[in-house]
Design a protein around this ligand. Sequence first.
Ligand code: PXP
Length: 251
Amino acid sequence: MPLLLGVNIDHIATLRQARYARSPQAHNAEPSPLVAAFDALAGGADSLTVHVRSDRRHMQDADALQIRAELPLPLNFEMGVTAEMLAFARQLKPDFACLVPENRAEITTEGGLNVVGNFGSTLDAVTQLQDNGIRVSLFIDPDLPQVEAAARCGASMIELHTGAFANASDDLREFEIARLAAAARAAHAAGLQVNAGHGINYSNISHLWALPYLAELNIGHSIVARALRVGLTQAVRDMQQLMATYPPHVQ
Ligand code: PXP
């Protein structure tokens, strides 16, 4: 199976909100997440990720609904575990939902979901979403108890938080890779699909090739940053070209 690329286009909305926060759907509000979604499709994105945060700081409900209605690509909805977002997910009907922790003060999703510490609420959310035909992924740090709890919740996928790996200095990178690899092995053994994301860019991605069982990477910031120079379609194409070098693992 080729390694799939989910493109997170939240930052397109971040830029639009910088100018048009009061009228994000106005006819002159740009850049458009919908246009960006089509550009990502043209570059070979395998799926799109949008995160509607409770403070609506980037993607708006209308953006997600429009992308869902118009894009012929699987939609991954990143969401906090709240009654509001569970209700919106039932309306949006994405293909996948990725449950993430959400903290208003953070700039981006900072840590993984604490499934161990919030087992009951996570289990409820997973059950509700899956009962509505939505496959669920849990965004977790590469810690074995979290992997084990994700499996017990009945989720079908985990997304391993690669932020610590991405931020690690050269001497700590191997340690972070080893943690990610151990979590990937445990998740696979428990029957979970293994995705990964956060802070992955064009230069650090090849270090992840030490990880077995990767099915999908979710990447946003580095692709949108590169898009400023080469355009979004080309930026996605360039990332896909790198991802095609993910080696087969002897398993
Ligand atoms: N996966 C999850 C769960 C995230 O919260 C984010 C950031 O929104 C990403 C992947 C993408 O991270 P980045 O923008 O650093 O590529």
